[in-house]
Design a protein around this ligand. Sequence first.
Ligand code: GTR
Length: 334
Amino acid sequence: MPINNNLKMKGTLSLAALGGAMVLMASPAQAEQWRGWNIHPPGYPNSIALEDFAKEVAKKTDGRIEPKVYNNAVLGDQPDAIEQTRNGALDFANFNMGPMGPIVNATNVLSLPFIFKSPDDMYRIMDGEIGDRFADALAKKNLIALSWFGSGARSLYNTDHPVKTPDDAKGLKVRVMNNDLYVQMIDELGGNATPMPYGDVYQALKTGVIDGAENNYPSYESSGHYEVAKYYSLTEHLILPECLCIAKSSWEDLSAEDQKMVREAAENAAKEQRQLWQKRVEKSKQKVLDSGVTINKVNDKSAFQARMQPIYDEFIKQNPDLESLVTDIQAAQK
Ligand code: GTR
């Protein structure tokens, strides 16, 4: 390249750079980029609510913060994403409290089977003072829980027969989320539990590595598990809250005013997620029924509940400091 052409290019480049610098001085270009983790596909209630949270934060901060949601767990599976958010590599996330147990022990209380009687009880309790106790425990592990999403009730599903009584689960190989309590839960039913990332379950069902799993209607449907495991049995053994959590480091970088706006946006997202959830449960249920799934009523849920008593006994024995949390949740539902 002739020398003066080269010079000319340099000149052009530096002009462009100057232009860039000027744009940078306007506030949106200095935006703080926030990376957000989501396990679900686009269109899922949680995904829509997270997208709207991102938009609201960008709008309320005049573009000073630009959150971006990464769907389908592309940034890692849930246990990994929890670690990434704790150390600030991720800025925000929607986490199920199930796989939170190994990191924030108090949240294991939420994974005791049948601890909540209904999703409405769960919302009411998590929105109150008891929910704040969980948020405090999460904050000690660098996770700031700003609002609680719902995830309905989880039920057992499997490939070749209905589970109507605890004995029907005997010998079943069941995928569970990463938490020892769930291994115990399946053990108490006489099955074999395999902890496994959500994204691996479809293939594991298809190849017969597992016979079944457990989840709510929207996840059972959106993950495609219903295509393989055609018996959905309404055990409704877990009603788990999920958080919209911010990394402590990202949270502490915010001014008090921005914190207020971000919290408001998270609360709005939770309201939206809960409304969308209701509709999605009906839609997913219809879709799986239309595809030939058999939904089995469990007439005597207390038989399943009774099997879970040793889990409670052992948990309280090992965590005497958490007993009051268990009994307070129970007392709030009498
Ligand atoms: C879904 C939940 C996810 C994930 C998944 C699983 O219902 O929303 O966060 O925990 O279940 O089974 O791994």
